[in-house]
Design a protein around this ligand. Structure first.
Ligand SMILES: [Zn+2]
Ligand SMILES: [Zn+2]
Length: 115
């Protein structure tokens, strides 16, 4: 049995680092932040439509062809999996995914739904 650096014993699995439940949550939080940063580096760090770049928290990854649902089925559910896909397939990601701010993404959704 492996153990976390805090001393708690942990079961090793393919996905999890050797951390206990408590530190696994912390690990995932950091992992998600890091992978999101890298995805922004791949796709750009400003809104493609209006150029908003003041705060990354208001920027979203949008599927250009509105095929996000289908794509999520391919890569698996969970935000980090999609981000990991972007980082692993930068050329394909640039074709399929764009960065929009929350406002532009909401407007794009509304327009798409109205058609
Ligand atoms: Zn621990
Ligand atoms: Zn925008």
């Amino acid at each position: 049995m492996a153990s976390c650096w805090c001393g708690a014993s942990v079961r090793k699995s393919g996905l999890r680092p050797s951390t206990c439940g408590f530190h696994y949550a912390e690990y995932m939080r950091r992992y998600r932040q890091a992978i999101k940063q890298r995805a922004f580096e791949v796709l750009g760090q400003e809104c493609l439509r209006c150029g908003f770049d003041a705060d990354l928290r208001a920027l979203e990854f949008d599927h250009v062809a509105n095929d996000g649902k289908k794509h999520r089925k391919e890569v698996g559910v969970g935000g980090a999996l999609m981000l990991a896909w972007i980082v692993k397939h930068p050329a394909e990601a640039l074709q399929r995914v764009q960065v929009l701010c929350a406002n532009c993404n909401t407007i794009k959704e509304a327009v798409h739904r109205a058609i």
